[in-house]
Design a protein around this ligand. Structure first.
Ligand code: ACO
Length: 355
């Protein structure tokens, strides 16, 4: 039976490294606090007005396409996962197509809005398309330019210090080779706590929403029936145009859901944690990764962590980490690789790949 595999993988991160000490200069934070709570030492920021989420995605995609041994004209479907798109609409999928110079129109482009689990959701979609025979070369990209949408005042410090910019890309292709390819993917969601980690403005809620303490917030909107705008000066002045996160709630959910969804994937293919050669967790927080490692009884060299240098790059974090591990020779042919992610929504998922 035809399975799908990752035929080529690559990543791109902008050159500019921003250290915790750099952030100390603009907000009330400290290198000690950030390292102790998250493990992050530095993150990359793209060049304002020169780079965007889709251009960074394109740089990673070009390399992944080359590594997959195809030409860009052979890509027959694009999946783009991001929470920090170039535009509110259209999505980054078509912008990536244009940036890559793919002019043929016998191609589809889909945008995935699943935040940290976006790449795993995208992988699952690509897997179904390839297995069914509908497409042969699905280009999957996860990219973020967080630095353009963060609050660099002390008010935003709990969120801002965590995030970094970057992109990862993979080409999903069919394989007939015995024992190779994507073995299973597992996806979950629970909208109960949607606002615990959210970027709600601008939005069709039209100014009615709750702040992080569950209190109704005055967004300064009038009661006019028509002509209401999505965003107004009041929101800008009161810093209501930035992401909001209840860190501890997210943390508690993450440490439950990561092990659950990994065990679920292993169970589906009759395997155990002892079969895992490399776990690539979404890089949300080093403490979360260490906790998951402990629960699964994995050794240090069985879990890939790079949050120290890149921070949390949301949809890009899994492909960047996977690509780094492959390039370092830490993932070899025949290895069982487990991908897992949890994030805003909440949505979470896992994938098992025989490399
Ligand atoms: N520098 C200094 N102090 C800070 C900072 C900062 N950057 N941020 C918060 N603090 C302060 C707070 O104000 C608070 O002070 P107080 O005690 O005087 O009120 C204190 O530090 C503790 O704050 P907490 O938020 O309780 O800190 P916590 O230990 O929970 O760490 C963190 C915060 C790192 C955000 C953690 O909760 C976390 O990693 N959560 C999970 C994040 C996550 O996984 N996100 C999902 C992925 S992202 C996505 O899907 C888009």
């Amino acid at each position: 039976m035809t399975k799908s595999k990752i035929g080529g993988i690559a990543y791109y991160v902008p050159e500019r490294a921003v250290t915790n000490h750099d952030l100390e200069k603009v907000m009330d934070t400290s290198d000690e606090w950030i390292q102790e709570r998250t493990g992050i030492v530095e993150r990359r920021y793209g060049v304002k007005h020169k780079e965007t989420t889709s251009t960074m995605g394109a740089r990673a995609a070009e390399k992944a396409i080359e590594r997959a041994g195809i030409s860009k004209e052979e890509v027959d479907f694009i999946i783009f996962a991001t929470l920090s798109p170039d535009y509110y609409f259209p999505g980054c999928g078509v912008l990536l197509q244009r940036e890559l110079g793919i002019t043929k129109t016998e191609i589809g482009a889909l945008d995935v809005r699943n935040q940290c689990s976006g790449f795993i959701y995208g992988l699952s979609i690509a897997d179904q398309f390839v297995k069914s025979g509908m497409y042969k070369n699905v280009l999957l990209v996860g990219a973020e330019m967080h630095s353009m949408g963060l609050d660099f005042s002390t008010q935003g410090r709990n969120v801002t210090v965590i995030f970094g910019d970057g992109a990862g890309a993979a080409v999903i292709q069919p394989t007939e080779e015995e024992g190779e390819g994507i073995l299973t993917t597992k996806l979950h969601s629970d909208g109960t706590y949607a606002e615990k980690l959210a970027f709600i403005n601008p939005g069709s809620h039209g100014g009615y929403h709750f702040d992080k303490m569950g209190e109704e917030v005055d967004f300064g909107f009038s009661d006019a029936e028509f002509g209401e705008i999505f965003m107004n000066q009041h929101m800008v002045e009161n810093g209501q145009i930035y992401p909001n996160m209840e860190g501890q709630h997210v943390f508690k959910m993450a440490v439950q859901k990561f092990p659950q969804v990994i065990m679920e994937a292993l169970g589906a293919v009759g395997m155990a944690t002892t079969d895992i050669d490399m776990l690539i967790p979404h890089q949300a927080n080093l403490r979360i990764s260490k906790f998951v490692q402990k629960v699964l009884k994995l050794q240090d060299d069985q879990v890939w962590n790079n949050i120290q240098k890149f921070g949390n790059t949301t949809a890009a974090s899994v492909p960047i980490a996977l690509c780094e591990a492959v390039e370092a020779g830490a993932v070899k042919k025949g290895d069982l690789v487990c991908l897992a992610a949890f994030g805003s929504g909440f949505t979470w998922g896992s994938a098992l790949i025989r490399w």
